[in-house]
Design a binder for this molecule. Structure first.
Ligand code: DQA
Length: 147
């Protein structure tokens, strides 16, 4: 199976960005670990990050043509703002899991609402970088049971 990991705005700053909230691992560290985990599970994983909403939309559209089976996405702040991201994910109809490093429900009120969560297979938040690994594991199970 083919999986796509998308990370949205400011996640390129992981490691130095508010480490008390987001942890000390860099995005490279996280992607490296996830690629290893994917390889062990016999999954093809493509990892991408962008600060631009437009770029994330293009990648989601492209995922349909390249037959991506599952998307793991941490949309960063676009979680709380982007109807366009929601529409793109609904439009390509590729199952996805929403991941957040921090517990968005234990922070500012404006982080409690996500434009994506009700469309997601599931949502993982508050477990730090570990959340990505758990999401990958869940994606594999989902694909096994739905193919
Ligand atoms: C985040 C949570 C968002 O509210 C925030 O804007 C981010 C990161 C997380 O991983 O905890 O950029 O998605």
């Amino acid at each position: 199976s083919r999986l796509l990991l998308l990370n949205g705005p400011n996640l390129n700053l992981l490691g130095t960005r508010e480490p008390d909230i987001y942890g000390s691992q860099t995005l490279n560290d996280i992607e490296h670990q996830l690629r290893q985990q994917a390889e062990q599970l016999n999954l093809v994983l493509d990892c991408r990050q962008s600060n631009a909403e437009h770029q994330l939309l293009e990648w989601i559209h492209e995922a349909r043509t390249t037959h991506v089976d599952f998307i793991l996405i941490n949309p960063g702040a676009f979680t709380h703002t982007s109807i366009a991201l929601r529409d793109a994910l609904a439009g390509v109809a590729i199952p996805f899991i929403e991941v957040h490093l921090s517990n968005i429900h234990a922070r500012e009120a404006f982080r409690k609402h996500s434009y994506l969560s009700d469309l997601a297979v599931g949502v993982i938040c508050g477990l730090g970088a570990q959340g990505y690994g758990l999401a990958l594991q869940a994606a594999q199970q989902h694909l096994q049971h739905n193919s």
